[in-house]
Write a new protein. Structure first.
Lengths: 335, 305
């Protein structure tokens, strides 16, 4: 197991270096002089320009600049935002819990609905439930979620007026962030109605974000279950006279879950892409909206470091998924 | 009494005849998937709408009817017979814009898939055929591209290149291309050791001929399936970029861009939001249905039970 782990981690080093090269190169290939961009509209004198260039290391050869960039990165220095002047890492950490809360809620919804639907569809293969749920899954899989979000807003916020249109919690409530998760913080604050308010803000965005993962998980669970149900050991269990619930619940489900867990883990990339759209629609103050705003404000240090952090995050989660896969499936790690 | 066919009879099948038989065989399998046939039908409608847009659309997609701003669809109170699906905030006919929008989506899908497919095939063939360090380097680069969430990378690429339809297509193609490279590589590695490849090599075929004429045609099935999937993703992602203001720019009647313009009216005029999104959903769904059928018909190994 240890060798498996080390091997996996070593494998990621070149990929991570590649990510840093892309993030570093991205600012270099942008049209325009980065120093002039930083100086803003008013412009600066040539002397000040040279001074700033030297200060930022732009007078050095490109490889030296890259090494500097890597060095700062290793010290956790990701630069400062051009707009707020705050360190990028500080901003990222402040907004990150909002995205995690949204993402976790979404993956929870997707898993809690997707897995049972997939299992049931597989057991009742060919039934109306199977057909309807798989048609639904295909529609969900094809859904432009930015439109789906707008539709839900029209219906639940506009017509029914059940849920708020944007934000994380009503302005009536204020409490200092403890965990950064609004659901937990609102409970901790002890203010009446705060939790309900936080939940009602969270529900629509997380349903929207859950849509595509839900469809993928339901489809994947169904086909994994069908495959396992055809295996010899399931037939043996049935032949022994074991009740169907036990055959499905214990023998089939456990083995079918191996590819499903991988699928769930791999949704992180989908979630991050979805978070950009979902957070934009619902004005959810998370990483996705932060990236979009920074791109349109041309706040390049934020875009550069945000890109790096998100890619690294996806990479680490994928590693964890790989490791879990190794843990639950011994055949992989002993190869 | 049956007569065993003479061996010449088999040999005499021309290439065209073989191709016709393969096509018939393919259609036989494809037809069994009801969803796929519906998908194909809807997709053909979309193609027709795009091709004959100037004939079908009742109005010019950019013409602004100043006396009919945000007119509701014809069946709703206040609707006007000239504007079946209503008009948008500056009085442009929704139906005409939607019909012309099909041109954008199809064009985007075709261009993105073509770039990603060609690039991916060349890269994947190189990696799979030569192996060794060429393979290692190429696959590492592909891993790096795949480490980024596709929409995010496409967004940043567009930020670098400048917002617009062309750049959005290039960005999406770059992001999709590793999938094709990986598939091609895997298929090539599987086929490379087969006897017909060795035979061709013995016969003196050079590496280029081996790669493109001998091996590639036998790797096409998974690539075609991936191409269909990428086509629908390209329609979705380009609409998302349009929605975020990074794709096709107004007044283009690209569906995502239309949604972006309609956003502020969501609580006042449901039709300006509903129809463009419905168009995206229906076309993506049709292409995905078609993709499922293609996969079942082309590659029984991949068949979803």
């Amino acid at each position: 197991m240890f060798r498996f782990l080390i091997g996996k981690i070593l494998y990621l080093v070149p990929t991570f270096l590649g990510i840093t090269i892309i993030a570093f190169g991205f600012v270099r290939v942008l049209p325009g002089d980065p120093v002039l961009l930083m100086a803003g509209e008013r412009g600066i004198t040539p002397e000040r320009h040279a001074e700033l260039s030297a200060q930022l290391g732009f007078d050095k050869p490109i490889w030296a600049q890259y090494l500097d960039f890597l060095g700062r990165l290793m010290h956790g220095d990701l630069g400062n935002s051009l707009v707020t002047k705050k360190p990028v890492l500080t901003e990222f950490l402040a907004l990150f819990p909002a995205t995690v809360e949204l993402g976790l809620m979404a993956i929870l919804i997707a898993t809690l609905i997707g897995v049972p639907v997939g299992v049931l569809a597989a057991i009742k293969r060919g039934s109306w439930f199977d057909q309807i749920s798989m048609t639904g899954a295909l529609i969900g899989f094809s859904m432009p979620i930015f439109w789906w979000g707008l539709l839900l807003i029209i219906f639940f916020s506009g017509i029914l007026q059940w849920t708020p249109v944007s934000g994380r919690i009503s302005l009536l409530y204020f409490f200092p962030p403890v965990t950064g998760f609004m659901l937990i913080d609102s409970l901790l604050s002890g203010q009446k109605g705060a939790f309900v308010s936080a939940l009602s803000h969270l529900i629509l965005p997380s349903v929207v974000l859950a849509t595509i993962p839900l469809a993928v998980i339901a489809r994947q669970t169904r086909s994994a279950m069908l495959e396992v149900m055809g295996e010899d050991y399931v037939r043996t269990a049935r032949a022994k006279g074991m009740p169907t619930a036990r055959v499905v619940g214990v023998h089939a489900l456990r083995n079918a879950m191996i590819p499903v867990i991988t699928t769930i883990g791999l949704q992180i990339g989908v979630l991050m892409a979805g978070a950009i759209l979902t957070e934009t629609i619902f004005s959810w103050p998370g990483i996705g909206k932060w990236m979009i705003d920074s791109i349109s404000r041309r706040d390049y240090p934020v875009v550069q470091s945000g890109l790096l952090l998100i890619a690294a995050l996806v990479m680490v989660v994928n590693l964890l998924v790989d490791l879990t896969y190794g843990l639950i499936n011994p055949r992989i790690r002993h190869k | 009494m049956t007569v065993a066919p003479a061996p010449e009879a088999v040999v005499r099948l021309s290439d065209a005849a073989i191709r016709r038989r393969m096509l018939a065989d393919f259609w036989f399998h494809f037809r069994q998937n009801r969803g796929a046939v519906i998908g194909l039908f809807v997709f053909m409608l979309m193609v027709l709408a795009a091709v004959f847009a100037p004939l079908l659309a009742p109005h010019d997609p950019t013409q602004q009817f100043r006396d009919a701003l945000l007119a509701p669809p014809v069946w709703q109170e206040g609707g006007r017979s000239g504007f079946i699906l209503g008009t948008d905030a500056v009085g442009r006919d929704m139906l005409s814009r939607l019909i012309y929008g099909a041109q954008y989506s199809l064009f985007i899908g075709v261009v993105v898939v073509a770039i990603a497919l060609i690039g991916g095939i060349v890269i994947g063939l190189l990696a799979g055929f030569f192996g060794g360090w060429v393979d290692a380097v190429i696959m590492r680069v592909m891993d790096v591209v795949l480490a980024f969430p596709s929409l995010l990378l496409a967004l940043v690429l567009v930020a670098v290149l400048g917002p617009g339809l062309t750049n959005a297509m290039i960005a999406i193609a770059i992001v999709y291309q590793p999938h094709f490279a990986r598939l091609t590589r895997a298929a090539v590695m599987g086929e490379k050791a087969r006897e017909y490849v060795t035979a061709a090599r013995m016969a003196g075929a050079g590496p280029l001929r081996l790669m493109f004429r001998t091996i590639l045609p036998n790797c096409l099935a998974p690539l075609i399936v991936q191409a269909t999937l990428s086509f629908s993703s390209a329609v979705l992602d380009s609409a998302a970029l349009g929605f975020l203001g990074m794709g096709a720019q107004p007044p283009a009647s690209e569906w995502g861009t239309m949604l972006a313009e309609a956003r502020e009216f969501i609580l006042r005029a449901w039709w300006v939001v509903t129809f463009p999104g419905l168009a995206i959903l229906v076309s993506v769904l049709a292409i995905n249905l078609m993709g499922d059928g293609l996969r079942d018909a082309l590659d029984p190994k991949l068949k979803r039970s």
